[in-house]
Design a protein around this ligand. Structure first.
Ligand SMILES: Nc1ncnc2c1ncn2[C@@H]1O[C@H](COP(=O)(O)OP(=O)(O)OP(=O)(O)O)[C@@H](O)[C@H]1O
Ligand SMILES: [Mg+2]
Length: 256
């Protein structure tokens, strides 16, 4: 590629899948959800995963994040091979190295915003880095809402709390499955802007599944999945460019 990335590319890899396959069921009902997928997620890079419904986006994310087992191939987070870990070690790795932003924010209703943000570290018995947590809170514009409970926050604010919670423990990598899917376009744009800033300013690594070309345009690159395989990649995507690429896939799908 001849493009010059705006982000300095380091060679360090936050997560890597090699020849990763995931097969559900057997015989006639067999589904190959992932078909020998190899992909790197570099440190300090924001990647969007796109593709039609059923193409394997969530499966890829869940396998790389250690939330789901895989049939063959390998996954590593940082220097750690997931297949070498026992269940308890895997749980620990997820807790210590990975941040998650789900579509349903999974905030606990009885806790304040601040308590929700530091909950994973409290569970792990780790002391939050106060300066860092403050920086994240400021960046997300949540300083005035820390004592509020989730029901007292708008949807966009709740989502930002979920983003803050994912960032607070400085995980090696953050995974989001349609993290802005439930938000109106303005709140969605806010959250995406914060994720992008966390990559630019804090060096965070982010991987996000999305159907929305506008959301994907916040990423440094987009990988496109179809039938469990990576079929294309785009660097420094624009919303229009992504939309055109999706249309091209649709046209191909209809003629083949
Ligand atoms: N538990 C399961 N058992 C059997 N097949 C499954 C299971 N989970 C997913 N699949 C199949 O694996 C394929 C990939 O599913 P996946 O959820 O990864 O798709 P996706 O790209 O995330 O789709 P969407 O955009 O609709 O969320 C699909 O064909 C799906 O039907
Ligand atoms: Mg999915």
């Amino acid at each position: 590629m001849t493009t010059t990335p705006t982000v300095p590319r380091t060679t360090a890899v936050a997560a890597r899948a090699t020849e990763l396959s995931k097969v559900y069921g057997q015989g006639e009902t067999q589904v190959i959800a992932l078909d020998r997928v190899s992909v790197d997620f570099r440190q300090g890079e924001f990647t969007a995963i796109m593709g039609p419904s059923g193409s394997g986006k969530s499966t890829l994310m869940h396998c790389v994040a250690g939330l789901d087992s895989f049939s063959s191939g390998s996954v590593r987070i940082g220097e750690t091979e997931l297949s070498t870990l026992k269940d308890k070690q895997l749980t620990q790795l997820r807790r210590d190295k990975i941040g998650f932003i789900f579509q349903a924010f999974n905030l606990l209703p009885t806790l304040t915003a601040l308590e929700n943000i530091t909950l994973p570290m409290d569970i792990a018995g780790r002391k939050p880095d106060q300066a860092w947590v403050q920086k994240v809170i400021d960046m997300l514009g949540l300083s005035g809402r820390l004592k509020h409970r989730p029901t007292e926050l708008s949807g966009g604010q709740q989502q930002r709390v979920a983003v803050a919670r994912a960032l607070a423990s400085q995980p090696e990598i953050i995974f989001g499955d349609e993290p802005t899917g439930n938000l109106d376009s303005r709140s969605g744009a806010e959250v995406l802007g914060f994720l992008r800033n966390s990559v630019r300013e804090l060096g965070q690594t982010v991987v996000m599944v999305t159907h929305d070309p506008a959301a994907a345009s916040y990423a440094d690159r987009v990988i496109f999945l179809a039938d469990g395989r990576i079929v294309d990649e785009m660097l420094r995507p624009s919303a229009d460019g992504v939309l055109d690429r999706m249309k091209a896939f649709d046209a191909k799908g209809r003629t083949s």
